[in-house]
Design a protein around this ligand. Structure first.
Ligand SMILES: Cc1cc2nc3c(=O)[nH]c(=O)nc-3n(C[C@H](O)[C@H](O)[C@H](O)COP(=O)(O)OP(=O)(O)OC[C@H]3O[C@@H](n4cnc5c(N)ncnc54)[C@H](O)[C@@H]3O)c2cc1C
Length: 508
C-alpha cells in the first residue's frame, strides 16, 4: 500500500502540508490533464510556466529523495490505475480553488475515493476557507492561518516504486507560437529572488510606480504567477514581507531599503489575493454568472470572433494607449493592475461586450491566470457585482496620466512612434498614421451610453436588496488592514449601493 501526494497548484516542497502529512511509501504525483488544458481559459503560455515549475519541483523533490511521478490523462483514471497496482492507503493534496472544470474533477475524485474507501485529506494552503458560513471575521481567520509555522521540506520519506514519466512538451496540440516574447522564469528560486529584490530595493517606488505601465513591470513584485502555481506558499511570502516590515520600521528612515509603506502595500495585496479567491471558493458559479442578478439579466452574449472583441484583443482598436496595453500583454504575459482594470472596463463599458468573452481573452493572455482573482476582478471592473463603485476608465485620459510623453505607446505601436507625444495619444487629431486604424469608437459617447446602461440596471426594482445579499456573501468587512468591520450588515450594503448610484458620473 502507498500514500499519494497529489500536486496541483502547490508546486513546492517547503510549507507543503500534504507532503508533510504523508507516510511511507510515498508517491508524489502530478497529473497533466488534457481536459483542463482544453479549457477556453488556458493557454500555451500558462503551460510553459507550469512546465518549468514542474521541472523545478522535480529537482526539489529529488533533493529529498522523492521522484515526481508524472502522468498524462484523467485524474480519476490515473488514481484508479495506481490503486489497482499498489493499493492507495491515503490520498493527500491541498484544497484547490481553481475553475469550474477542476471543481467538477475534484468531485469525481471524491466519488472515486469514497467508492474505494480511500481517505482523501485536503489540506488548507492559504487564507481561503472551505464551506465558509459568513464573511464576518474572515480577516481574523486569514491572519491566524498565515501566522502558522512554515513547514520545512520533509526528510527521510521512502518513495513508492513507480517510474517517473517525462514532462510532456504540450498537454494538447497547440500552436507553439503564442506571441509571448518574454516568458517569466518559473520555480522557487525565481520567486524568492523576486521577493528579496523587491524588499531590498526594487520596491522603493512601488506605490508611485505601480499605476503606470512604464514603471510597474519593475516596481511591482511580479510574484503573481508564482503564487498562482504555489511555487512559494502564501504564508511564506507574507511572513517574509511582515518580517521586512518589522526590520524596516526599526531602521533610520534614511537607511531604509524601501519605504515602510511599500512593504505595507505589498502585505495588503497578498491579503487581497486570498480575499478575492474566497469569493470563487464560496460561489464557483461566479466564473460564468454575474454576481448581481440585474447585471446578469442585462448581459448580451459575445461570440469569440466578434470583430470588436478581436480588435480590442489584438490591439487594433485605434485607441493608442489601450492598444499599447493589449500589445504589451500579448508580448509579455503581464500587465499592471490599473491597466488590467482599464482594458477590462473598455471591453465591458465602451464596447458593451460580455465580460465572460473578454475575460477569457485576458485569462489566456495572463501567465498568472488565477481564476479566483480573475473572475471576481473581471466582474468588478465590468459593473457586474452591484457592490463596487463602477469605474468607467477613459483610455485617452489614462494614457495622458500614465504615459504623458507617449513613450509606452511608441514602444508598442511603432506606427505611432514618429508622432509628437500629444498626437501619439490622439492620432486622429493630426493626419492619422499610416498602418494604424482610426478609433473604433467615440470615447465620450461610449462612456455616456455605458453610464446610461449602468444607471438603468441600478434603478431596476430590487437592485439595492440584491446588492445587500451580494455584500453579505462576498463584501470586504475591512475598515483597516487586519480588522473586521463590526457594521458589516445589509443596511450598510444598501447605503453603499445608493452612494455608488450617485457616483456613476465618475470619469477616470
Ligand atoms: C481584470 C483583472 C484581472 C486580473 N486577473 C488576475 C489573475 O488572473 N491573476 C492574478 O494573480 N491577478 C489578477 N489580477 C490582479 C492584479 O492585477 C495582479 O495580481 C497583479 O497585477 C500581478 O502583478 P504583481 O504580482 O507584480 O502584483 P503586486 O502588486 O506586486 O501584488 C502582489 C500580489 O498580490 C496579489 N494582488 C495584487 N493585486 C491584487 C488585486 N487587485 N486583487 C487580488 N490580488 C491582488 C497578487 O497575488 C500579486 O501577485 C487581475 C486584475 C484585474 C483588474
Amino acid at each position: 500500500m502507498i500514500e499519494v501526494v497529489w500536486f496541483k497548484r502547490d508546486l513546492r516542497v517547503e510549507d507543503h502540508a500534504a507532503l508533510s502529512a504523508a507516510r511511507a511509501p510515498v508517491l508524489c504525483l502530478y497529473v497533466v490533464e488534457p481536459g483542463y488544458w482544453r479549457g477556453e481559459d488556458t493557454s500555451p503560455r500558462q503551460w510553459r510556466f507550469t512546465r518549468a515549475a514542474l521541472a523545478d519541483l522535480r529537482t526539489a523533490l529529488a533533493r529529498i529523495g522523492l521522484p515526481l511521478v508524472l502522468r498524462t490523462g484523467d485524474a480519476v483514471a490515473v488514481l484508479a490505475d495506481l490503486h489497482a497496482r499498489h493499493g492507495i492507503r491515503a490520498l493527500h493534496s491541498h484544497q484547490e480553488t481553481s475553475n469550474l472544470w477542476t471543481y467538477a474533477r475534484d468531485r469525481a475524485v471524491a466519488r472515486f475515493c469514497r467508492a474505494h474507501a480511500i481517505p482523501w485529506a485536503e489540506h488548507r494552503q492559504s487564507g481561503v476557507f472551505r464551506a465558509l458560513a459568513s464573511r464576518d471575521r474572515w480577516a481574523a481567520r486569514f491572519a491566524a492561518q498565515m501566522a502558522g509555522p512554515i513547514l520545512p521540506a520533509p526528510r527521510g520519506l521512502v518513495p513508492a516504486d513507480e517510474p517517473e514519466g517525462a514532462i510532456p512538451d504540450q498537454p494538447r496540440a497547440w500552436n507553439p507560437d503564442d506571441g509571448l516574447l518574454r516568458p517569466q522564469p518559473a520555480g522557487r528560486a525565481a520567486a524568492l529572488g523576486l521577493l528579496e529584490s523587491f524588499l531590498s530595493g526594487r520596491g522603493a517606488d512601488y506605490r508611485r510606480g505601480m499605476s503606470s505601465p512604464l514603471t510597474a513591470a519593475r516596481a511591482c513584485s511580479r510574484l503573481s504567477p508564482h503564487l498562482a502555481l504555489g511555487s512559494i506558499s502564501m504564508r511564506e511570502a507574507l511572513q517574509r514581507v511582515q518580517a521586512a516590515q518589522r526590520d524596516i520600521a526599526a531602521m533610520d528612515p534614511r537607511a531604509r531599503p524601501i519605504p515602510l509603506g511599500a512593504a505595507q502595500s505589498l502585505a495588503s495585496r497578498l491579503h487581497w489575493h486570498c480575499h478575492f479567491i474566497q469569493k470563487l471558493e464560496s460561489e464557483p458559479e461566479l466564473e460564468t454568472r454575474a454576481a448581481h442578478p440585474a447585471a446578469e439579466a442585462a448581459r448580451r452574449p459575445t461570440a469569440p470572433d466578434d470583430p470588436a472583441l478581436r480588435a480590442w484583443a489584438e490591439g487594433r482598436s485605434g485607441l493608442p494607449f489601450l492598444d499599447a496595453c493589449m500589445r504589451s500583454l500579448v508580448a509579455t504575459g503581464w500587465l499592471n493592475f490599473r491597466m488590467r482594470a482599464m482594458v477590462q472596463a473598455v471591453a465591458s463599458y465602451h464596447l458593451a461586450l460580455d465580460w465572460r468573452a473578454s475575460g477569457l481573452v485576458l485569462a489566456r493572455l495572463f501567465t498568472d491566470y488565477e481564476p479566483g482573482i480573475h473572475w471576481p476582478q473581471v466582474q468588478m471592473q465590468s459593473g457586474a457585482t452591484g457592490i463596487n463603485t463602477p469605474r468607467i476608465y477613459n483610455p485617452v485620459k489614462q494614457g495622458l496620466d500614465q504615459d504623458p510623453e507617449g513613450a509606452f505607446i511608441a514602444r508598442w505601436i511603432p506606427e505611432l512612434a514618429h508622432l509628437p507625444p500629444a498626437l501619439r495619444h490622439m492620432p486622429w487629431r493630426g493626419d492619422g498614421a499610416r498602418g494604424y486604424p482610426p478609433p473604433m469608437l467615440d470615447v465620450a459617447a461610449a462612456m455616456r451610453a455605458a453610464r446610461e446602461r449602468l444607471s438603468a440596471i441600478r434603478r431596476s426594482a430590487g437592485f439595492a436588496e440584491a446588492a445587500a445579499r451580494v455584500y453579505d456573501r462576498h463584501g470586504s468587512r475591512q475598515r483597516r488592514h487586519g480588522q473586521d468591520d463590526p457594521m458589516g450588515d445589509r443596511a450598510r450594503a444598501a447605503q453603499r449601493a445608493a452612494r455608488d448610484r450617485r457616483q456613476l458620473s465618475l470619469d477616470l
